[in-house]
Design a protein around this ligand. Structure first.
Ligand code: NAD
Length: 481
């Protein structure tokens, strides 16, 4: 059994750095509410050191061949797979998700490095050959040092989809993961360092998020900012980036509509949606959240959803039988409580759940019951704000046009889902829904090799696959007369 390290470290300029005289942040196990470790807060000297190391590393790293970079990334990915059980354990202790999901996430993160190691080889450029003998060359070059900020819900997969393309493209990167879930991210960095990354190419810092982002983004050394998190923080970071006209990738969450049509295979659809809804306790930016169900199957859908929800086994993610762990921090159960009471006072029915868990010491952790509410009025907060937790909000619709209108009514557009057996309906929805990813009869919208990103307030810029690599490149035209 892996135990959680008592003291965590920063990694700057090739050196692992202990707390020393720095301030510390407590890391809490969300299943028990206990502080399990101390995390050093980077100070201004640390951040400046990281910036200068990235600046020095840039010419070194971009001059390595794509094969050399690929070899290191693949070796790092292999180390992640070898250490997956240990890293998955750390993730469950700091984030709460069931162990199997944590280990699976490590494997998924490793795959990102394999994909990008290969993808970078195919960054060919173009030659425009003119009859006059004058040619133009279109080249892709690494954008330069990157500052990346990642959240606590996927402590490995989210940073991996920033680190892998940046490193494959030839960019040094300074990563600030969430302070709630540091150890698993640190171990991923260790795999890459052990695989032979030159010092300064990849650094990891923690501390006060607002201070770190302000300091790093203000530096002329940073050429690109990548963030995954909430809409307000994304807007704030874009404002900081605007001062230096820095490129940004913003993955700012969504509020995924799920359109369930009368002609779907109801039992299979329910099985899939209940599993998808409570994965990672609903703390997933592409989680199905607003369920619009056609009138002909509405009652059966609500009943079937509530029955299956009752069977979801909630508890400490270290226990193999557990399917849903605690929420990641104390803010989430508070938000669930507020949103559910707001919805029921507006007239929604509470079908199941709606309370924190108590007994067996669970009251000390951040547990919340898997919850289903139905007939939820459109004005309820939960139909307008992303719940980011284990609550399904359901309401009926009549026609295809109604369903599309409901799906598109919010300023968010990350993922959207539809369940139907009609090809024509599927084709119309694929065109009409305003979202970066549309899943028709599937929730697999993040396979790793296809573009991932949002529209409207869900952000801009793409991650994963060839588009994700290009996010770390600048395009240059060279003309020969
Ligand atoms: P938050 O936006 O405060 O924090 C999200 C991440 O951003 C955290 O890792 C945090 O450390 C970091 N952050 C916060 N302020 C920052 C700053 N000024 N500079 C740099 N980084 C900063 O959100 P939260 O309270 O942790 O969660 C609230 C909401 O955020 C959720 O309800 C959800 O909507 C959204 N969220 C989205 C994702 C996603 O995958 N898109 C992930 C986590 C949270």
């Amino acid at each position: 059994m892996t135990s959680y390290p008592k003291n965590l470290q920063l990694h700057i300029d090739g050196e692992w750095i202990d707390i020393g005289n720095r301030n510390a942040i407590a890391v809490v196990n969300p299943a028990t509410g206990e502080a399990i470790s101390s995390l050093p807060k980077a100070n201004n000297d640390d951040l400046n050191r990281a910036l200068h190391a990235a600046q020095r590393a840039w010419p070194v790293w971009r001059e390595t061949t794509v094969d050399q970079r690929g070899d290191i990334l693949r070796k790092g990915a292999n180390l992640m797979r070898e250490r997956a059980d240990m890293i998955g354990h750390l993730m469950t202790l700091e984030q709460g998700k069931p162990l199997a999901q944590g280990v699976g996430e490590v494997i998924g993160a490793a795959k990102q490095f394999d994909i990008m190691a290969e993808e970078a080889k195919r960054c060919y450029g173009r030659v425009l050959v003119r009859p006059t003998g004058e040619n133009s060359f279109v080249k892709y070059q690494p954008v330069g040092p990157v500052a990346a900020f990642s959240p606590w819900n996927f402590p490995l997969f989210t940073p991996a989809r920033k680190l892998a393309p940046a490193l494959a493209a030839g960019c040094p990167i300074i990563l600030k993961p969430a302070e709630e879930t540091p150890a698993s991210a640190i171990e991923m960095i260790r795999c890459l360092v052990d695989a032979g990354l030159p010092s300064g190419v990849l650094q990891i810092v923690f501390g006060d998020p607002a201070h770190i982002s302000e300091h790093l983004i203000a530096s002329d050394i940073i050429r690109k900012v990548s963030f995954t998190g909430s809409v307000p923080v994304g807007k704030h970071l874009m404002r900081l980036a605007a001062d230096g006209l820095k490129r940004t990738t913003m993955e700012l969450g969504g509020h995924a509509p799920v359109l369930v049509f009368d002609d779907c295979d109801l039992e299979t659809t329910l099985d899939a949606l209940v599993a998808g809804k409570f994965r990672n306790a609903g703390q997933v930016c592409v989680a199905p959240t607003r369920f619009y169900v056609q009138q002909g199957i509405y009652d059966r859908f609500v009943k079937g959803f509530a029955e299956r929800t009752k069977a979801v086994n909630v508890g400490n993610g270290m226990a193999p039988e557990v399917k849903m762990g605690p929420l990641a921090n104390h803010r989430r159960p508070d938000t669930m409580e507020r949103m559910i009471s707001n919805a029921t006072s507006a007239g929604a029915k509470l079908n199941i759940g709606g309370e924190r868990l108590a007994g067996n010491g669970q009251e000390n952790g951040f547990f919340y019951q898997p919850t289903v509410i139905s007939d939820v009025p459109l004005q309820a907060e939960i139909m307008n704000e992303e719940p980011f937790g284990p609550v399904a909000a359901i309401r009926p619709f009549a026609t295809l046009d109604d369903a599309i209108e409901q799906a598109n009514r919010l300023p968010l557009g990350l993922a959207a889902y539809a369940y139907t057996s009609a090809l024509k309906t599927a084709n119309i929805l694929g065109d009409a829904i305003e979202a970066g990813m549309v899943g028709i009869n599937t929730q697999t919208v993040s396979p790793g090799d296809a573009p991932f990103g949002g529209v409207k307030h869900s952000g801009h810029g793409l991650e994963d696959g060839p588009d994700g690599l290009m996010a770390y490149m600048v395009t240059k035209a060279v003309h020969h007369g």
